[in-house]
Design a protein around this ligand. Sequence first.
Ligand code: UDX
Length: 425
Amino acid sequence: MRISIIGTGYVGLSTGIGFAYKKNTVTCVDVDKEKVKKIKSGVSPVYEPGLQEGLKRFLGKSFDVTLDLERAVKESEISFICVPTPSLPDGKIDLGFLKQASKDLGKVLREKDYHVVVVKSTVVPGTTENLVVPVLEKESGKKAGKGFGVCMNPEFLREGSALKDFLNPDRVVIGEYDKRSGDFLEKLYKNFKTQILRTSIKSAELIKYASNSFLAMKISFANEIGNFCKKLGIDVYEVMKGVGMDFRISPKFLNAGIGFGGSCFPKDVKALVYRIKEEGLKPALLESVLKLNEEQPMKIIEILKKRIRNLKGKNICVLGVAFKPDTDDIREAPSIKIVKRLLKEKANVIVYDPKAMENFRRLFPRIEYSDSARKALNGADACLILTEWNEFKNLNKKDFSSMRRKIIIEGRKILNIKEKEGVCW
Ligand code: UDX
């Protein structure tokens, strides 16, 4: 199929390259000139495994990128809206980009034969039908379900493995405005080996929030049990291994540590909490999930302060600042809260991360950055591991030998050395 994709963030770009792998012709659109220029030159604006290779393979052949939304939509049969829906301070989502994209799309639909518009951006239940559809109808002068089709197709991509997840999904959820729209989108997923669930648009919107909230809840649960384990001198990983063996629970997303970050979990749980409250209900469980997660990063500071009471002037080496490995993303990363606190306590912070230092430097321009873990450890009074990057797995006793004091605290379980202490293990 000929596809256009509005928005070239990590979702839009992974979706675009993914559909190109599945033998479709894709045009991605963005309003950001610099981004478009970068992608056009074959460089992915986000670090995401596989995207660079995909660009090299398909750019100028079955994949293109442009600022010209009108051309991209005119030349395609189906358009995916992959624009961001960021959180406002109160947790509500900002629908500005979505509204604009719907307007621009609607105008082009005026002169088009049947075309399907698919919302992939994460939006609270009701948004597609109450915002996207009316705007499309107004701008196009056509009726949804007749002149054009509408679907909501949530993404479940994890950063760091977005392309892999796109190509091998657990399931594809198709929320359909009407049967014709759903049938059209299902055709596009025909060559994916997966189960397809067809639902109402609102259900599809909520499936995304409910899935992310459930996973976030598993993590906060593991952290709550983990904090208890720490008191009792138990390794929470051993406990969760036993818990996860129950197939009803599954071992996934039970890794305790310093809490979840990223562009999705914190934002999506907050948005769901906000929306539930709008209905006059009390989302007690989800509020606890968030509260636990707010407090969890400080567990590593508590442990550090038990070992070094006064952090003023102490060299604290921070290994890993990305919110998870294999990404340069630091959005809502626990490292931000931890480094802020270290600076408040007047410690000297030395950071090393394989990919995320450039982004971290924008937030913390004045702290010290090192170009290797080994160098960062030199002369450190303590080392905090905040991201479980593979390259930290192989750090051994010798690598830590240049530290002034051997205080090594893990926020994510990764090291294989005796001298370490974990937040929940
Ligand atoms: C998540 C969802 O997994 C994905 O389906 C959705 O589309 C987008 O949000 P992502 O944010 O990329 O993906 O990362 P994920 O691997 O889910 O991890 C999120 C956060 O949870 C990270 O900070 C990670 O370190 C933390 N985490 C994850 C834990 O603390 N423990 C775990 O067991 C798993």
